[in-house]
Design a protein around this ligand. Structure first.
Ligand SMILES: [Zn+2]
Ligand SMILES: [Zn+2]
Ligand SMILES: [Zn+2]
Length: 508
């Protein structure tokens, strides 16, 4: 189905095909009910109000509705500069973005999240957004930490045959009658990718226990790296913060086999100071950091407690596959052959931060078995808890069932150490401030001086106005599913436009 919309007219020169009169929005195959809802919206008397509202929240798929009012007050004089009430909003209720990280939930908000994540990761590499530029002199590496094997799975192997040889110590046919070799060459769309050669041989419980404790393994990894650094630099561990500090930003990414990888930027800063980001001491180089990480990873272990009576203790660690590379910045030329450009890495990390288990992995028998195993384990834990009366929270796996949709990964998808760069909250604060400054300039009929914008945005303490509001939650989402589809289609068009504009700009 294609429909016309209240999209704004183009602001850039040239013609974006998506804004021509003939170009409607591309909507997916719709049910008759959705089609009816969309048609009703398009011919409704408040369509303009709806379109304005949708545009204001960036065509968020599931905005939050608020009722209430707020006042903007001059902090020096106490004067009320402006008032705003949700009753004055086009639809009589205030809509705000849902802010969801996942692209499958809200394409528009996940793009904002990815952009914010990109900026905060990039600021820790090159400086900017209030982070001093000298941070780009500090040693930095990009590391990928993987999960170990829990059984043979199919893979692309860069165009080579999947598993041409039976691994040492295994029979050619497993006890379930499955082969332990695969001569096929899989392309990247092959449904078999990431699936075990034999599901009955695959260690589903070990897989889930590893995923459950992955955040703990990461924590132990950072401790091990600090310890090894202290040894290499010849300082007692307790004194390490006086010499060097380790900062990182990391994201978790699902692989096809349903296990996460950690991708991380790890940076060496000098001693902790008030403004942070001090230069690293002589001898603390990216090469040393890479060496320390490579040596540390195999030694990181955790003995995971049993899930229930009769379950073994499992010694967990990272997989043998490990990739550690120094990052090039304008001042860094450590290793010309293995260099990565900061923008590449920041973009890469930001992209993975918006994915979820279901985005990167297609539904298949392997993932169903993983979820079934989670259900089976949770049932057993529940039954045990009922029997001996111990509360569920006392079992370290008591909440496993709640993380079924995440395939048992309970960590955050994107985390960073406290002094890596600025926080998402500060990036959002800067954006809100920028919007207020623009609105204020518009009100006073002047243009905003962008030369000292960074200073203007940086200092929240100098905020001359205060917004006081009383808001109550009125629900979330658009009135109908049809509205949500319309918003998503408009968000997709806005994205195409941004890409077209970027391409046109590049071509100049
Ligand atoms: Zn949203
Ligand atoms: Zn295969
Ligand atoms: Zn088998």
């Amino acid at each position: 189905m294609q429909v016309g919309t209240g999209q704004p007219s183009p602001t850039a020169r040239g013609t974006f095909p998506g804004f021509s009169e003939e170009a409607g929005l591309d909507l997916p195959a719709l049910t008759p009910r959705l089609e009816q809802q969309i048609t009703a919206r398009l011919i409704s008397r408040d369509f303009d109000a709806w379109a304005t509202t949708a545009a204001r929240v960036g065509h968020c798929a599931k905005p939050i509705r608020l009722r209430g009012h707020s006042q903007t007050i001059d902090t020096r004089t106490g004067e009320v500069l402006s008032t705003f009430s949700s009753a004055d909003a086009p639809l009589g209720v205030l809509h705000v973005r849902c802010g969801n990280r996942r692209a499958s939930e809200c394409p528009s908000c996940s793009r904002v999240y990815a952009a914010d994540t990109f900026h905060l990761i990039r600021a820790g590499v090159t400086g900017g957004k209030g982070v001093p530029e000298r941070v780009s002199d500090n040693p930095l590496v990009f590391a990928t930490l993987t999960a170990p094997s829990f059984g043979l799975v199919h893979g692309t192997r860069n165009g080579r045959p999947c598993r041409p040889y039976t691994p040492k110590g295994l029979p050619a046919v497993c006890e379930h009658g499955g082969a332990t070799v695969c001569h096929a060459t899989h392309n990247e769309h092959d449904e078999l990718l990431g699936q075990p050669l034999c599901r009955d041989c695959y260690d589903y419980r070990g897989h889930l226990v590893w995923q459950w404790w992955a955040p703990e393994l990461w924590r132990r990894f950072t401790i091990t790296v600090r310890r090894a650094l202290a040894r290499h630099l010849g300082v007692p561990e307790s004194r390490l913060p006086d010499v060097v500090t380790v900062q990182y930003a990391k994201v978790a990414e699902y692989q096809l086999r349903g296990l996460i990888h950690f991708h991380a930027l790890i940076r060496l800063d000098g001693p902790k100071t008030d403004d942070g980001f001090a230069p690293a001491p002589a001898g603390a180089t990216a090469a040393l950091l890479a060496q320390v990480i490579e040596q540390a990873v195999p030694g990181v272990t955790f003995d995971a407690p049993p899930m229930h009576d009769g379950d073994p203790i499992r010694r967990l660690g990272f997989g043998a596959q490990l990739d550690v590379r120094p990052i090039k910045t304008k001042n860094r030329t450590d290793d010309p052959d293995r260099e990565l450009v900061p923008e590449q890495v920041a973009g890469y990390l930001a992209k993975y931060a918006t994915k979820s288990a279901t985005d990167s992995t297609k539904e298949n028998p392997h993932l169903r078995r993983l979820r079934a195993t989670i259900a089976e384990i949770s049932d057993r834990i529940d039954a045990d808890a009922r029997e001996d009366g111990t509360p569920l929270r006392d079992n370290p796996y008591g909440l496993l069932g709640k993380w079924r949709h995440m395939l048992g990964f309970r960590g955050h998808f994107s985390t960073k150490s406290r002094r890596y760069s600025l926080t998402l909250g500060r990036i959002r604060g800067r954006r809100a401030r920028f919007q207020r400054l623009v609105a204020e300039a518009n009100r006073q009929g002047r243009t905003l001086d962008v030369r000292d914008l960074d200073d203007l945005l940086a200092d929240d303490a100098q905020e001359a106005t205060l917004v006081i509001g009383h808001w109550s939650y009125a629900g979330s989402g658009w009135e109908t599913e049809g509205d949500a589809e319309l918003a998503k289609a408009a968000a997709a068009r806005a994205r195409e436009y941004a890409q077209w504009r970027a391409a046109a700009f590049k071509a100049k």
